[in-house]
Design a protein around this ligand. Structure first.
Ligand SMILES: *Cc1c(COP(=O)(O)O)cnc(C)c1O
Length: 480
């Protein structure tokens, strides 16, 4: 069994195994005619449960055959142009190559003595991203597992910087359209259920700056301590970007930490034409970026950036066996001093290879394409009497719903839209998301694939209308 340990004597086994796996995935990619097979939990679960994990196959090819059955065949494929559901991007090849390299070498980015060049590469990418944001000379940051962890860490730093001895008075202000990970972070930080104050949004789903001013004033009056304002640069449903300059102004005035959640909107940092949409982000104290959303990177690839490197000390603890204080004096770069994680993947390598092979403009160009596609999709929807579209796209999402010609009961319209989404998923022809707006069910396209065309969008809209009409026809039959 030692033959499965990756080392100098097993290089050939490694080469053959990985190549075999790559061949299978490549064949699967070439053969996928739709984003999904339409399988169900009931069909798939018995196949997974039926495998006896205590009886190994002792054969890589056989295990890959089995994997076809339990995973590869029925996976949801984000590279397909009719996958339009969540913030999952198709990935670029240099990043996938990097993924294979980083897991084989298996550096751990907690300390220099487990990673050497890996730590230096991550630091260069942190500096590069901070410079793109414009955070200034004292900036720093660290790669994280995702936006959820970045937001948690940002709020931890903000809480420590708030320096209060009355934690029950701490408040976080975030728009109603902000991400739920802010609430989760507040809970993990031990804040009470009322600690997160939702700030109303405009019709375009951007935070109302006047409402934020009002809430900050109210906090002051009530003796509360606003520890952070979270401005979202690209809300998950609408892609809306909160008014960053006005929010930064208010944060300055009230002395509050400004965290910018650019998990989705970070792609604009490299956009050749839309960078201006992020104007004001350079005034944030901390910024969340998810390269695995709009930089076409495989999951996970994310970072938290901060304006002032010194604030990262709130995540620093020393262990004699790992990162002793002595190492700081010797100026040995240990990323664990800045991270919530200890053992940590070298995810930065994916972004590194992407920038070295393709360059930032190429990535930004791809993101621009999907933002342009969303505009086209909006025109399609706005001109189609079968649909109602909620807002013009700020980035690359479209929220809409089917409005059947003969139906006025909103509950029936809700059910028709819910049904259409489920029926579409079950058919595997396309995958779209759902959300609610004002309590009513809507559908959502999240466009992150430059290969998707307006013809794809039209075709999917026809499919949705078809399923919804079929549902209404059938429920009418039932009623008669
Ligand atoms: C996706 C998202 C997050 C969470 O990021 P994960 O990488 O999924 O943990 C946070 N904020 C916003 C605005 C997001 O879109």
């Amino acid at each position: 069994m030692r033959s499965h340990l990756l080392n100098d004597r097993t290089a050939e086994h490694y080469r053959r195994s990985v190549t075999d796996g790559v061949e299978r995935v490549a064949a699967r990619l070439a053969a996928t005619g739709q984003p999904f097979t339409g399988t169900t939990v009931d069909a798939l679960a018995p196949r997974v449960d039926g495998i006896d994990l205590d009886r190994p196959l002792h054969d890589t090819a056989a295990a890959l055959d089995e994997l076809e059955e339990v995973y590869l065949r029925d996976a949801v494929y984000f590279h397909h142009p009719r996958y339009l559901a969540h913030l999952n991007c198709p990935v670029v090849v240099p990043a996938v190559l990097a993924e294979a390299v980083l897991s084989a070498v298996n550096s751990s980015l907690d300390t220099w003595d487990q990673s050497t060049g890996g730590t230096l590469i991550e630091r260069r990418l942190v500096d590069w991203t901070a410079a793109r944001i414009g955070l200034g000379p004292a900036a720093d940051g660290v790669f994280t597992s995702g936006g959820t962890q970045s937001n948690l860490q940002a709020l931890l730093l903000a809480r420590e910087e708030a320096k209060t001895d009355a934690p029950e008075k701490l408040r976080i202000l975030v728009s109603e359209a902000g991400h739920f990970s802010v609430r989760k972070a507040a809970k993990l930080l031990g804040l009470g259920p009322g600690a997160v104050i939702p700030v109303p949004v405009e019709r375009d789903r951007r935070m109302q700056a006047v409402a934020l001013a009002r809430e900050l004033e109210r906090c002051r009056r009530d003796g509360h301590v606003p520890m952070a304002v979270v401005a979202t640069a690209g809300t998950t449903d609408f892609g809306s970007i909160d008014p960053l300059p006005e929010i930064a102004e208010l944060c300055d005035r009230y002395g509050v930490w400004l965290h910018a959640d650019a998990a989705y909107g970070c792609g604009l940092l490299v956009s050749p034409t839309r960078r201006g949409l992020l104007a004001g982000i350079e005034r944030a104290d901390s910024v969340t970026v998810d390269y695995h959303k709009s930089f076409f990177q495989p999951v996970s690839c994310s970072a938290l950036l901060v304006r002032d490197a010194a604030t990262l000390r709130h995540a620093t603890y020393h262990a004699d066996y790992l990162n002793p204080r002595r190492a700081v004096a010797e100026r040995i770069p240990n990323q664990v001093d800045k991270s919530l994680q200890t053992t940590r993947r070298f995810d930065a390598l994916k972004l590194w290879m992407t920038l070295r092979v393709m360059g930032a403009d190429a990535i930004g160009g791809l993101f621009d394409e999907v933002c342009g596609l969303a505009r086209e999709g909006w025109r399609l929807l706005a001109g189609d009497p079968r649909f109602e579209v909620v807002a013009e796209p700020a980035l690359s999402t479209l929220v809409f719903r089917h409005v059947p010609a003969a139906v006025t009961d909103p509950a029936v319209i809700d059910r028709a839209n819910l049904y259409a989404r489920e029926a579409l998923f079950a058919s595997g022809d396309a995958v779209v998301a759902g959300t609610t707006v004002g309590g009513r069910h809507h559908l959502k396209f999240t466009l992150l694939n430059p290969e998707t065309t307006t013809a794809d969008l039209s075709a999917v809209l026809d499919l949705i209308a078809g399923h919804a009409e079929q549902y209404l026809g059938e429920s009418l039959d039932r009623a008669c």
